[in-house]
Design a protein around this ligand. Structure first.
Ligand SMILES: Cc1ncc(COP(=O)(O)O)c(C=O)c1O
Length: 379
């Protein structure tokens, strides 16, 4: 079986985890949690990093601290993993879904601006949806598959309409726009280290921010809001969202290899592109000028997607369909989708992700390429 994207455990993971076990520092306090946070902050250039139990928790806390309140609307791209929308729902807000660009598969910034111009007005320092009379307090750019949109344009729009930026940079650790790391453009950025991400701790996440007060608050909220070092006095409703030391130890070891992982992702993507571009209708994500992606998950738009996935499965190759667009999920408010041509559906219908673990061998990539060629030549 050639898997889609699995963790690459070939560095100091065993050594660091063993140290946690040997010293009994296994839980949510320990030197590796602090070290992992420091490493992430230094790597991305964010001033502060707060480790969490997963990326969804990181998003939830970031949104809450960005001031999102029950009844608010929060803007997201219509193509994302459901966790972006779920974290918004946890705060009592609802997502406004903006259709994606047909080339980059990121939020369509032209459409975003049109939505804000035509459907919102600014009152008392906030944008309001005119028809629904609901505040739009924040916007969540999702750096889908590790790619990014034009962040200069994005920030200009967000500032014009007084929208706080909380980046869902869970897939984009190591991606940059004009040299600046994904996750450092907004008030908050977020990371995920689940099993298929570019680095993995099995499960885990990180909140990035450069605001000291918010960083302190984030740590407080993720650790049950305990406000007294001796007594069990909690000054608000907190969460048990802290990453444990064992997993942070794995994270520290994985971070030592991140640059190598990014390089390998890039090579694998290039191999696929070189060999598969002959397929009629084959299209990869456009990377605009200024973006350096981390090439997290190699995904391609192809004809006969479902049949290709089934064929590859029969050959022992794991390929995966893209996420069903958010507007098509039953818990979303359908009329909060802004689009002209429903590009999301077009992208979803034709996109397939191919095996691209950082540990994949060149012969395995060649094998997948051959299977894909066989499939199309047999049509
Ligand atoms: C775009 C996006 N947002 C949020 C998440 C949530 O991260 P986690 O699985 O660590 O909760 C993920 C990853 O699963 C993701 O891909």
């Amino acid at each position: 079986m050639i898997p889609l994207s699995v963790p690459n455990i070939s560095g100091n993971e065993w050594t660091y985890i063993k140290e946690c076990l040997d010293t009994n520092w296994v839980s949510s306090v320990g030197s590796y949690v602090t070290k992992f946070e420091k490493t992430l902050a230094e790597y991305t250039g964010a001033k502060y990093a707060i480790a969490t139990s997963n990326g969804t928790a990181a998003l939830h806390i970031s949104l809450q601290l960005a001031g999102v309140e029950r009844g608010d609307l929060i803007i997201i791209p219509n193509i994302t993993f459901v966790a972006t929308a779920n974290a918004i729902k946890y705060t009592g807000a609802d997502p406004v879904m903006i259709d994606v660009d047909s080339n980059t598969w990121q939020m369509d910034l032209g459409l975003l601006e049109e939505f804000l111009q035509t459907q919102t007005e600014i009152r008392e320092g906030f944008s309001y949806h005119k028809k629904l009379n609901r505040r739009i307090s924040a916007i969540v750019p999702v750096h889908v598959l590790g790619n990014m949109c034009d962040m200069d344009q994005f920030i200009r729009i967000a500032q014009t309409y007084r929208l706080i930026i909380v980046e869902d940079s869970t897939e984009a650790l190591g991606s940059k726009f004009r040299g600046k790391h994904a996750g450092t453009f907004g008030l908050f950025g977020t990371s995920s280290f689940n099993g298929n991400k570019i680095i993995s701790t099995g499960g885990g996440g990180m909140i990035l921010t450069s605001d000291e007060k918010l960083a302190t608050k984030a740590k407080h909220l993720t650790t049950q809001a305990k406000a007294d070092p001796n007594e069990y006095y909690h000054d608000e409703t907190g969460y048990n969202y802290r990453l444990v030391n064992i997993l942070a130890a794995m994270g520290v070891a994985q971070m030592e290899q991140l640059d190598v992982f990014i390089q390998r992702k890039k090579e694998v993507a290039q191999m696929y592109k070189n060999e598969l571009s002959f397929i009629q209708g084959f299209k990869t994500q456009e990377v605009i000028e200024g973006v350096e992606p981390n090439h997290w998950l190699f995904t391609v738009k192809v004809p006969h997607k479902a049949e290709l996935i089934a064929y590859l499965k029969s050959k022992g190759v794991e390929a995966r369909s893209f996420w069903v667009p958010m507007n098509r999920l039953p818990m979303m408010e359908k009329d909060l989708y802004f689009t002209h041509n429903d590009i999301s559906q077009d992208v979803y219908r034709a996109c397939v992700s191919l095996p691209c673990s950082t540990s994949i061998k060149n012969e395995e990539v060649s094998q997948v390429i051959q299977f894909v060629k066989d499939f199309y030549s047999g049509l």
